[in-house]
Design a protein around this ligand. Structure first.
Ligand code: ADP
Length: 399
């Protein structure tokens, strides 16, 4: 894998999981990146299916890939690469790949070209994110094996939070654990970086101030920004801390874990299953992990799940305002943040005492600015982690 001085071609952005791969293709022309098409391979290991759409929404593929499915992502990736290259315009060769990698450890505070010992270093962070890091590393390795000349860039969910001060990164635990890397890292960094860039271009004065960004998707976290850099965030050592999510509980009393180990005989794998897959909106409602199934459901368990989520998000916004010394603006992003007027209203109604007020018509219309006049400016900004990865990849390929 080598750097190449290129200014025209196609870039592949990959987000690889254990049974699925999301991909986006961007065109690079004159330093700028534009989306061309995107898709996903799902059901790898059971019944792989490829779906892809052009940027204009035209269906490019919806087909079974069972014939290529050998039960894991690395073995199917070369076929995906072939399919992508077949669908690229002839004058746009693939010139690089950018990967979403969950963890950059304490070392990586920005994206990195994968060369030398980088891949081994990334693999060494697997214990910090055992459900995702090994899959991210395996995808990079599979691409390197099938296209050794294709430059690859790793972009981390943690890197943007490396600006957090010690008071935000430290847990009140014995120093020997802190020194061994048991600290708060934060996640969703590519999303926060995108929002920070977007604000600096569209609202430069606000971007210099104190802004809380609420990334509320299936995974959810919030970050306090000051002058565009991360000062504090709700996720910590793992993506479990903070607010409740689709199937994760957010912060809970760690005493619960000791209790479950002693009284229910649970081990690390049992706890991992409960904490990553059975908790959050799904655990409380017993109905669904998807906010769309819960937000206007009158079942008392669904109402409790939604109210708990909103209350914890509101508390987190107030808490981050303490970390950044006040609040000049609030941004909602990701699935629930961008498309959930009921949730946004419930959250802001709880924060009226801080100076928030919602404009109901604008909120219902998912408008860009949803705050009532004279209140703290509140925006919806759709996030785009893929374009952030594409931009980083170009920068590193052409540096
Ligand atoms: P991920 O974290 O997987 O990237 P997304 O950012 O795509 O997730 O968010 C997915 C979540 O967004 C869904 O689980 C759903 O709860 C929520 N969502 C999407 N559309 C709506 C909507 N119209 N109203 C409320 N919630 C929504």
């Amino acid at each position: 894998m080598t750097k190449s001085a290129v200014n025209k071609g196609a870039l592949l952005v990959l987000n690889s999981g254990s049974s699925s791969v999301k991909f986006s293709i961007f065109q690079l022309e004159g330093g700028a990146v534009e989306p061309l098409f995107a898709g996903q391979l799902t059901g790898i290991g059971t019944d792989a299916v490829l779906k892809a759409k052009s940027e204009a929404g035209e269906l490019l593929a919806k087909e079974s890939w069972a014939e290529y499915d050998k039960g894991n992502v690395p073995s199917i990736l070369p076929h995906l690469l072939e399919w992508i290259e077949k669908n690229l315009p002839a004058d746009l060769p693939l010139i690089g790949a950018g990967h979403r990698v969950v963890h950059g450890g304490e070392k990586f505070d920005k994206p990195v070209l994968v060369e030398g010992s980088v891949l081994e270093e990334l693999a060494s962070f697997s214990p910090l994110a055992p459900l995702h890091q090994p899959q991210n590393v395996a995808a990079i390795k599979a691409l390197a094996d099938s296209r050794p000349e294709l430059p690859q860039v790793a972009c981390f969910d943690t890197a943007f939070h490396q600006t957090m001060p010690e008071i935000s990164t430290t847990y009140a635990i014995p120093k020997r654990f802190t020194e061994a890397g048991v600290r708060r890292y934060g996640f969703h960094g590519l999303s926060y970086e995108y929002i920070a860039h977007n604000l600096s271009e569209t609202k430069p004065d606000l971007a210099k101030g104190r802004v809380v960004v609420a990334h509320l998707g299936n995974g959810a976290s919030l970050t306090g920004l000051k002058n565009g850099v991360s000062i504090d965030t709700s996720m910590g050592f793992s993506a479990l801390e903070g607010v409740p999510m689709g199937t994760r509980p957010g912060s809970i009393d760690p005493g619960i874990l000791i209790y479950l180990m002693r009284e229910n005989g649970m081990d690390a794998d049992d706890l991992e299953k409960v904490l990553y897959h059975e908790s959050g909106l799904l655990g409380v409602s017993g109905i669904s992990n998807d906010m769309r199934d819960l937000e206007d459901n009158t079942d008392p368990a669904a109402v409790l799940a939604v109210d708990l989520f909103c209350s914890r998000v509101a508390k987190q916004i107030a808490s981050l305002a303490v970390s950044i010394g006040g609040i000049d603006a609030l941004v909602f992003t990701a699935g629930i943040g961008e498309h959930g007027p009921i949730l946004r209203k419930k959250v802001l109604d709880m924060l009226g005492w801080m100076g928030f007020a919602i404009d109901d018509a604008k909120n219902d219309a998912n408008a860009h600015e949803i705050s009532a006049e004279g209140s703290i400016p509140t925006f919806i900004i759709p996030t785009d982690e893929e374009v952030m990865i594409a931009r980083h990849t170009v920068r590193l390929l052409t540096a």
